[in-house]
Design a protein around this ligand. Structure first.
Ligand SMILES: [Zn+2]
Length: 192
């Protein structure tokens, strides 16, 4: 989820990045799509946000600040560069904020983390995203975080394939496009 969240600034490394989190509603919907907030919770939060636009704007600003910190951390790791300390400090702050609202609840096989009911806290969509980043950073899966090889994409993804040799965020989207390009380049060469 945290990688998808970083990807909400689409075309990040181009001259014209596309902001997919333009409003508080976009942020709440992201959490709903990721399965961490219910439809009712999101409706409730958006109604709250309309009633008190300033806290909603603040929450959106915090979310974007958190996203950009995550971006710096994960792209540095994916590219084998040192992680910038200021970005890690921001992310740690978000993780600590989230932890203040987290609790353990019994679940069938083991306990599960649950956050305070979203209700009226407009920052609640940020908590599970922060935890998702914390869990990924502390897991063995971290080595499989990559940036898509398509230069027009560069989305972050977690390579969960068996041989861990995936190069594209999405084979049908970026993978095929790259293959088609290669095909045409080869064809052109053979025709020269
Ligand atoms: Zn891609």
């Amino acid at each position: 989820m945290c990688l998808d969240f970083v990807n909400t600034l689409d075309d990040r490394f181009t001259d014209q990045p596309k902001e997919l989190l333009a409003t508080y509603r976009d942020l709440a919907r992201f959490a709903e799509d990721a399965g961490v907030l219910s439809n009712q919770q999101v409706d409730h939060l958006c109604a709250q946000g309309e009633k008190s636009p300033e806290p909603a704007q603040r929450a959106l600003k915090s979310a974007i600040q958190m996203r950009e910190a995550m971006s710096e951390v994960f792209y540095a790791l994916a590219n084998g560069r040192p992680v910038p300390k200021p970005a890690l400090a921001i992310l740690n702050h978000c993780v600590q904020q989230a932890a203040q609202h987290a609790r353990l609840v019994p679940a069938p096989a083991h306990f599960a983390w649950q956050f305070d009911p979203a209700q009226d806290n407009l920052e609640s969509p940020l908590w599970p995203i922060a935890r998702s980043a914390a869990e990924l950073l502390a897991s063995d899966q971290l080595q499989y975080v990559h940036a898509c090889a398509s230069l027009t994409c560069e989305w972050l993804f977690l390579d969960e394939s068996k041989n861990h040799r995936r190069r594209w965020c999405d084979m049908t989207k970026c993978g095929n496009r790259a293959k088609v390009q290669n095909f045409y380049q080869r064809k052109r060469k053979s025709e020269d």
